[in-house]
Ligand binder design. Structure first.
Ligand code: HEM
Length: 468
């Protein structure tokens, strides 16, 4: 090791620490390790070292204060197989291509969504489809996951493809299945293993192989959409992200900023991966926590009834008058802890962190779990408590350690969209329904950890509160 390199548990030869990483809840194990080794420590997988950064203060020091040193994604054999040699898409690309494509995606999100208010309308419309679908369950218990997935992916479909799909559409269902498989595997312990031992893993059976077949089917679905767009592209009137990209591609002689059709496929893939699973899972945790805490559900409904009433749908304008609902949604995100580790990882440039020297090229994982549950930042870190986001007068209160979207140069570019979806879906669902689960069932909060954290399957009742 270089001088002043972060400490960590002793490595076994070859397999490194893999046997000691508890593979079911690695984020909890890794958060506890910080109590032993400090907020900057190193885990080894074979010759591969990963430095974990823990706690709000240290994660902030890395991602915000030393932002310039935490920009790049590491070389990843797994990403190389999916993302054209680790250079395409939005998650794993670096340098000029990443900067240009990230900016382009954010601009497009703004033009086709946030700025014109059209996205708000789309989300409100989609939440009516979602309500209708829940109503069809007629008070019988049902699994909310497929419906939430459908609704949330339709928002990304609007932005990327310019259209939504009926919930019964077979193409949408196939895409969602592949997305779920990829989201589970990308950034899971299997991806870490693959990247640490690529030549071995390539020949071994295991869930990691699923990631390649699912990504290939997803790419095929996206290519079909792109072909359709090319047939009726009107350069003066782009309808969506794909149109925008195709137009930019025509103007762009310099291929080094990634405006090539294969990169369009990869960027669309990343927008779907990033934009659907995360938001849908947050809503799943939302239902779960609101069912577990019926008084809190009731207080949200009181606020909706008082501010919005029952004759119109909630809009973004209502949010500032609904501090309690806003606080509950923030607390859902905190406890839901959807991205428990930053599975996407970063590669440092030479930097000093908490007294340790981290040489260029070291893989770094900011541990977001350790921030959202940081004992120094939250009054009751382990229990669901909307007061974390309310002051004594019941006004909404921002918290710096609220980092579910991470921070710094690679922070989530979809935060604005996600926040809009969470508010509108939650408010319109609770306006209409009272949610509960089967009598005597205690819903579990530990979750299943992949790249994102999913609740164990559960069934809900959606009982109509009012008739519109
Ligand atoms: C509740 C919902 C969401 C959560 C919790 C979430 C969280 C995150 C996190 C933690 C990262 C990693 C940042 C880092 O590496 O430091 C990320 C990256 C990203 N997210 Fe999100 N996200 C959400 C929704 C969305 C949506 C709706 C979109 C797209 C419209 C999106 C697009 C992206 C993209 C493209 C990246 C990669 C950024 C880059 O590497 O430059 N996300 N997200």
């Amino acid at each position: 090791d270089p001088p002043h390199f972060p400490p960590g548990p002793p490595a076994l030869p070859f397999l490194g620490n893999i046997f000691s990483i508890e593979s079911k809840q690695p984020h909890i194990y890794l958060t506890k390790l910080a109590d032993v080794y400090g907020n900057v420590f190193c885990i080894r997988l074979g010759r591969h070292k990963t430095v974990f950064v823990s706690g709000w203060k240290m994660v902030r020091e890395a991602l915000v204060i030393h932002a310039e040193h935490f920009v790049d994604r590491p070389y990843s054999p797994m990403a190389t197989r999916i993302y054209a040699g680790n250079s395409g898409g939005l998650f794993f690309s670096n340098g000029k291509v990443w900067r240009r494509q990230r900016r382009f995606a954010m601009t497009t999100l703004r033009t086709f969504g946030l700025a014109k208010g059209s996205m708000e309308e789309n989300i409100c419309q989609e939440s009516r489809h979602l309500q209708d679908a829940m109503e069809k369950e007629e008070g019988k218990p049902f699994d909310p996951v497929p419906l939430l997935n459908n609704a949330v992916s339709n928002i990304i479909c609007q932005i990327v493809f310019g259209r939504r799909f009926d919930y019964s559409d077979q193409d949408l269902q196939t895409m969602l299945k592949n997305l779920a498989d990829m989201a589970y595997l990308e950034g899971s312990i299997w991806a870490l293993l693959y990247d640490a031992f690529p030549s071995l893993m390539r020949h071994l059976p295991g869930p990691h192989n699923g990631i390649f077949s699912s990504s290939n089917s997803l790419k095929a679905s996206i290519r079909k959409e792109i072909e359709r767009h090319k047939l009726d592209l009107d350069p003066s009137n782009p309808r969506d992200y794909i149109d925008n990209f195709l137009i930019e591609e025509r103007h762009n002689r310099k291929q080094d900023v990634g405006f090539m059709e294969e990169n369009l496929v990869l960027c669309c893939l990343d927008l779907f991966l990033a934009g659907s699973e995360t938001t849908s899972k947050t809503l799943q945790w939302g239902l779960l926590y609101l069912i577990k805490n019926p008084q809190i559900q009731g207080k949200v409904q009181e606020e909706i009834d008082r501010v919005v009433g029952q004759t119109r749908q909630p809009t973004m304008e209502d949010r500032s008058n609904m501090p309690y609902t806003d606080a509950v949604i923030h607390e859902i995100q905190r406890m839901g802890n959807i991205v428990p580790l930053n599975g996407l990882r970063m590669t440092a440039r030479d930097t000093t962190l908490g007294g340790y020297f981290i040489p260029k090229g070291t893989t770094v994982m900011p541990n977001l779990t350790s921030v959202l549950f940081d004992k120094n930042e939250w009054e009751t870190p382990d229990s669901f408590n909307p007061k974390h986001f309310l002051d004594d007068d019941g006004r909404f209160m921002k918290k710096e350690a609220f980092l579910p979207f991470s921070a710094g140069k690679r922070a989530c570019p979809g935060e604005g969209l996600a926040r809009m979806e969470l508010f509108l879906f939650v408010a319109s669902l609770l306006q209409k329904f009272h949610f509960s689960t089967l009598d005597g069932v205690e819903l579990r909060t530990e979750g299943i950890t992949g790249a994102t954290r999913t609740p164990h399957p559960f069934e809900i009742f959606a009982k109509s509160r009012v008739d519109f």
